[in-house]
Write a protein that binds this ligand. Structure first.
Ligand SMILES: Cc1ncc(COP(=O)(O)O)c(C=O)c1O
Length: 457
């Protein structure tokens, strides 16, 4: 037996710095009607130590010792070689995946949740509010707040709240309070419920509610937390790609040929790929592919514009690919990929031609997820199946071309609490959603007079 299935790192080999792509790609400033938003304007929303990271253009940022200690509960994560999947496809490609499903909450999300909770605690904050789509992020923050000693309030997108009862029980177990969004607890929620009482909800709406709950708290000790999209969140996740680099080197691979990650707000994709985007900027030939659902095609069909990050327009304008802040994606089972926008850094990297985005339908993704479960053994989260479907396509392409490519992807989370989606898939109740161009145009109409970022595509 001389096959190495799992490439592991010692706890001491955990990266000691995060990589910040904002040092190498210029992101446009947040905008308000008065012009660019200065860091101080975020004070009621985020603690200033995290705001400082959000605005930083320093390439490497030290990870504090206290955070390294918490991360070492589940990091470094193993890099697996997917021998059985390769065999099932009959491909000469070598498929590697970072297994982020081994964290306490079952996904990559705790990599930033514990960091954000730690900085909030340092700043004297007592309570954090957030939104969650699939429930992965809400449970990650609930876990983080529990071990760091903060209160936690989660607004969970209605459709996921109904589809995934066990995620809210996880949050409850870790001591968080989780409600379905839109809720009656905020003005934003009440307004939307009045207009659309049966709405499945969206991440955009849940973000509005979570920000409102933080900024209206009179104690001044509550702040909001976002699980994706923002620069500092992308940066916290780069620990994934930095570990992967060391692990590939251990088996003599200088660079992967293809890197793949699913993209909702962009954080797991960024986490794996940004350290390699840095190499690509410096001349490496790597095909870097973010994969999104065809029903919420932000990178593949939406323009690069200025838009609000949330539905009730509580956030300033963000330069990103956006389907419009009022866009409510169809209720697909990959709840974590139902976001109208995309991380500014991922958006800008796409605009600069460093990425090759792809959109896939959910049936193809479930099929890929089932093949992965039957070969590699782990049942993927519906979001993760998007990456797997793209990996399978690339591996088939390598087979046709007879090329021994190295494909690296992010196994962003397991699907043990997402089995309702699998049940619907097996019983033939799931459908693909084709998003008509007219719906995209209708939602973009609302933002047509907003300022445009300098590089408009
Ligand atoms: C398992 C999993 N993968 C991917 C995502 C998408 O988020 P992001 O694009 O920020 O990684 C989510 C979001 O909830 C998730 O739970």
């Amino acid at each position: 037996m001389n096959r190495i299935r799992k490439i592991t790192l010692d706890e001491k080999e955990i990266p000691k710095q995060w990589y910040n792509l904002a040092a190498d790609i210029k992101v446009e400033p947040f905008m308000s009607p008065d012009g660019p938003v200065p860091p101080e304007a975020w004070a009621p929303v985020f603690p200033m130590n995290l705001v400082e990271q959000e605005y930083s253009t320093q390439r490497w940022i030290d990870i504090p010792e206290g955070i390294l200690d918490i991360l070492s509960r589940w990091r470094p994560s193993p890099l697996h070689r997917a021998y059985d999947l390769e065999e099932a496809i009959g491909t000469p490609a070598k498929i590697y995946y970072k297994n982020e499903s081994l964290s306490p909450a079952g996904s990559h999300k705790p990599n930033t949740a514990v960091v954000q909770a730690w900085y909030n605690k340092q700043f004297g904050i007592e309570k954090m509010t957030t939104e969650t789509g699939a429930g992965q992020w809400g449970s990650a923050l609930a876990f983080a707040c529990s071990i760091i000693g903060l209160e936690c309030k989660v607004f969970m997108v209605r459709v996921s709240y109904d589809q995934k009862p066990y995620r809210k029980l996880m949050m409850q177990t870790w001591g968080a309070n989780c409600v379905a969004s839109p809720s009656n607890e905020t003005q934003a929620g009440r307004m939307i419920l009045e207009k659309m009482p049966d709405t499945p909800g969206s991440l955009g709406i849940a973000i509005s509610e979570a920000i409102e709950a933080a900024v209206t708290d009179k104690s001044g000790k509550t702040r909001y937390s976002l699980g994706s999209v923002l620069n500092h969140v992308m940066m916290h996740q780069t620990i994934i790609g930095l570990e992967a680099k060391k692990q590939l080197q251990k088996v003599g691979i200088k660079k992967p040929d293809v890197i793949i990650g699913c993209a909702g707000g962009g954080s797991n994709f960024a986490g794996l790929s940004f350290p390699f985007v840095y190499d690509k900027i410096n001349g490496a030939d790597i095909d870097i592919i973010p994969v999104e659902p065809a029903s919420c095609p932000t990178l593949t069909r939406a323009p690069y514009v200025y838009d609000h990050g949330d539905t009730a327009k509580m956030t300033p304008l963000v330069a990103m690919h956006s389907l419009g802040h009022s866009f409510i994606p169809p209720p697909i089972h990959a709840g974590g990929l139902r976001y109208h926008g995309m991380a500014p850094l991922v958006s800008k990297a796409a605009v600069e031609g460093l990425l090759n985005p792809l959109a896939l339908h959910q049936l193809e993704c479930y099929e890929a997820g089932v093949l992965f479960a039957k070969t590699e053994g782990i049942i993927p989260a519906p979001e993760t199946t998007h990456a797997i479907a793209a990996v399978i396509n690339e591996a088939k392409k390598a087979k046709e071309e007879g090329k021994e490519k190295v494909i690296l992807f992010n196994f962003s989370g397991h699907g043990l609490l997402d089995l309702t989606g699998y049940e619907k898939y097996f019983s033939g109740q799931l459908t693909n959603y084709d998003l008509p161009e007219s719906i995209i145009l209708e939602n973009l109409e609302e933002i047509k007079d907003y300022p445009r970022p300098p590089v408009s595509k």
